[in-house]
Design a protein around this ligand. Sequence first.
Ligand code: G1P
Length: 306
Amino acid sequence: MDITKVVIPAAGRGTRFLPLTKSVPKEMLPLLEKPAIQHIIEEAFLSNVKNYIIINSRGKTALEDYFDDNIDLSLFLKENNKEALLHTLEKINRTSTFTYIRQAEQLGLGHAVALAAQSIQPKEYFGVMLPDDIIESKSPGLDQLIRIARQEKASVIAVQEVPIECVSSYGIIEIKKHITPNLFQISHIVEKPQQKDAPSNLAVVGRYILSQKIFTSLDHVKTYGSGEIQLTDAITNMIQNNEKVFAYKIQGLRYDIGTPIGWIKAIIGMALQHPYYAPHVKNFLADIETSNSYVYKPAKIIQNSL
Ligand code: G1P
């Protein structure tokens, strides 16, 4: 099974990060010195997937510019012996293809994925990566799923156990069969259920390997559903049409950078893993604990008062 393409839905407005996202796409938020989207592309690249189909929208041209060659900058860095700074990006650029598809209306994740239909061949399997989910792991998150998809010759989605009080933020799977402690066959997925309706506490993380048949199911969901088109509903529809779908407990640390607090945790978590930044951040955190100058002073907070 050859998996050579990933679809990356990046059209969302990023309202949780306003006012920043008025002119900066949230996928360009930095995680250490790289924007979030580069972490996603590098995970795909390291999984040997080199065709990136990015679903974007108005006001997101910064994403296209970022992955485009910048000849002036490259020349300048070369003349100053600093070309190493762009090395990874240039390597990705030389060996990969980027395709951008516009999503004019925000009609849900399923709608965004459906826009890639023309780029995927019959019988082809492809990846979907949600850029709000950053996975730090020894073996790249997407590659973990590719291995399972090849082994089972079927679609597979990443899951993670979450506290039961958090199920309403995720797609939650119902297990049909336990294959190994980390691998399950799914009978259906419920998008953001209430706690009492959740079939398990195994939540979908934003990595998927899907059969091209998902597009028929997305068409079906689009025609018969109401409101936003959910990818999870299309996956359930695909199962009802006798396609096997598996869930794999992804091995690694997952950060949800869809909210400011998740993004802050990701930066601190990544800095603490980094040989240069870790000691600086540890010292800083220890200083905060002991010093009076960082004591929380509510009277000085001016947020929302301008
Ligand atoms: C999306 C999916 C959901 C999944 C989640 C993972 O939701 O619809 O099934 O669990 O991503 O991050 P969103 O967070 O975009 O609302």
